[in-house]
Design a protein around this ligand. Structure first.
Ligand SMILES: [Cu+2]
Length: 68
């Protein structure tokens, strides 16, 4: 299991946090996703055999937010 902190830009309310959390948890291999609105970041625990940071970023971008 690996943990990554990803910068998420464009979140303005708890609805955004929910959208990003849902998007991340929808990625196969993601075990835990903690999205921080004030910090504009997401801390994700995932199975490295099933997914990677690039895929997590892709899911965030598909939900309509920017990553670094
Ligand atoms: Cu919002």
């Amino acid at each position: 299991m690996a943990t990554a902190t990803i910068t998420v830009k464009g979140m303005t309310c708890s609805g955004c946090v929910n959208s990003v959390t849902k998007a991340l948890k929808g990625v196969e291999g993601v075990q835990e996703a903690n999205v921080d609105l004030q910090g504009q970041k997401a801390t994700v625990t995932f199975d490295e055999a099933k997914t990677n940071v690039a895929k997590l970023k892709e899911a965030i971008e598909e939900a309509g937010y920017d990553t670094e």
